[in-house]
Ligand binder design. Sequence first.
Ligand code: COA
Length: 160
Amino acid sequence: MIIGIYPGTFDPLTNGHMDIIRRGLRLCDRLIIAVAVNLLKKPLFSVEERLEMISDSCKDLGNIEAVSFNGLLVDYCKENGVNFIIRGVRDSADFGYERSMALMNRRLPGALETVFMVSDGESHFLSSSMIREIAFLGGDVSAFLPSNVLPFLNRKTNRA
Ligand code: COA
């Protein structure tokens, strides 16, 4: 069984992430969507909320599991038999950052490979922070999110 992992902050999950999830699923038998408990970021959504939005949005897609993890990604991967990491690349700015992470993950114990997927043209301009900002300023972000993520965001912006 080939197991892939798509790690990220997912604050919140967007259609850009969904594009990578759908295409990444074709590369493995099982895809783990891993919410990183990132000490450097102050997420809007709790880990539980992010896991719920991922599980709901992916329930009809196939062999997908939403998990959270603390600590190093390579350690989680080793403990769970993960074969490779999947990351989406939107533009050249993403590529620089992603290349550093991929090289580091290959040098850390476990020598994990990363597969980069170029973001779909429909979603390459999306980012979670931009969506959060637009939502808090009263803009309509429904075109950029899976439909079940919108109520989570509306609750935070008091538009429920
Ligand atoms: N579509 C839309 N948005 C995308 C996207 C896509 N395909 N790909 C990335 N993004 C956006 C995200 O929405 C997010 O936006 P924001 O910063 O505006 O909120 C941004 O790009 C960052 O993406 P994300 O996937 O959340 O990455 P990250 O940098 O927050 O997290 C981890 C990267 C979790 C993979 C990394 O920090 C990690 O592995 N942490 C665990 C600890 C560890 O092992 N560290 C050593 C790593 S070498």
